[in-house]
Ligand binder design. Structure first.
Ligand code: GDP
Ligand code: CA
Length: 328
């Protein structure tokens, strides 16, 4: 195995990749891993460019993540955001810790100086040494918004709200009718993304949110066709176990696009690559083994193994199973 490419969101993608890298370090340390990261959650806050999923992947792989939260830095303080609030500015629902702020300041400075997001990410990674190449899905801003459903009090039906506000401030509790990627029409896959997907021996869809992480990456012009053209095997890992999102509110996203919250339904939603979909293979949790016949019938090779990312060793075992299924 020479090249593995992972298409990741934030916490689920980051933790899976950490397990993958731990496994490869033991058995195939020369394998090149590239992580194409969702930037649909990016936004401007207090004049700074925030890239939540890129930072989660970078901090997780670089040993700088707040483990309990799954995002941000450990031993954080909030003095700067307290000062911003004292001016009556800022977003009370989105915390920017002081250490984390430094990352956003450096990134914003690079972007304002003319760097692309790919270049700024590469620069930040020189410090964090994540052990994989991190690529934003696109160098152009693509920001996921939700369209508010009718009869939501204090909000006007049909209005767009930034995904992060819906997710973090409202805990995905407001009904929405669709996800809209603002900026998509002017966006393209970042320079090294298409090659990383086409030339990979294995492409992994980790247990990331199928709608607003993997779905957003797939919407970027050039990425879906690269996946379909890839000479490697494409294997996905279910983020749904026993009919529920393991952490967070992915069920609210799936419901909005009319997909049942189950490992089988998400696998079938991605579809088999032989019929225009994304997957050659799909890993479900051992408790979802009953889903295997339907997946096989749809042309998706599948297997059932434990999929709880409890710690690095259990996550590394998932990566082993994903690679084995890709090679089967
Ligand atoms: P986000 O951008 O931080 O929301 O992270 P991702 O999109 O990468 O991943 C979020 C998804 O990870 C959630 O919707 C969960 O379904 C999934 N997830 C979290 N922990 C686990 C786990 O231990 N096992 C599995 N299979 N999925 C998980
Ligand atoms: Ca995210």
């Amino acid at each position: 195995m020479k090249k593995i490419t992972v298409l990741a969101g934030g916490v689920g993608g980051a933790r899976f990749t950490r397990g993958l890298l731990a496994h490869l370090a033991e058995v195939e340390p020369s394998t090149e891993v590239t992580v194409v990261v969702n930037t649909g959650d990016d936004m401007w806050l207090d004049g700074l460019r925030i890239c939540p999923d890129l930072d989660t992947v970078m901090y997780t792989l670089g040993g700088g993540i707040n483990e309990e939260q799954g995002w941000g830095r450990p031993e954080e303080s909030r003095r700067a955001s307290g000062e911003i609030a004292a001016y009556g500015r800022g977003w009370s629902w989105f915390t920017l810790g002081d250490l984390d702020l430094a990352t956003h300041i450096v990134r914003t400075d690079l972007l304002r100086g003319g760097s692309t997001l790919s270049e700024a990410t590469e620069f930040l990674c020189r410090r964090w040494q994540p052990g994989a190449v991190l690529l934003p899905m696109s160098d152009q801003p693509v920001e996921t918004h939700v369209r508010l459903a009718a009869d939501v009090d204090e909000h006007r039906a049909g209005e767009l709200m930034h995904f992060e506000e819906w997710w973090v401030r409202y805990r995905a509790g407001i009904p929405v009718t669709e996800f809209v990627q603002v900026g998509l029409a002017d966006a393209a896959a970042a320079p090294r993304v298409v090659r990383a997907i086409e030339n990979a021996d294995v492409v992994i869809l980790p247990p990331s949110n199928p709608v607003v992480s993997v779905g957003t990456i797939m919407a970027v012009p050039g990425i879906r066709s690269a996946l379909q053209a890839s000479s490697g095997q494409v294997v996905g890992v279910s983020p749904i176990i026993g009919g529920a999102a393991v952490r967070g509110m992915a069920d609210a996203c799936l419901q909005t696009i009319g997909v049942e919250t189950s490992a089988a339904a998400v696998g079938l939603h991605y579809g088999s690559r032989t019929s225009g979909g994304l997957l050659d293979a799909w890993l479900v949790d051992e408790t979802d083994a009953a889903a295997l016949p339907a997946l096989t019938a749809a042309g998706i090779r599948s297997a059932a193994v434990p999929l709880w990312m409890r710690d690095v060793p259990s996550t590394a075992a998932m990566a082993v199973a994903a690679i084995a299924l890709a090679r089967a």
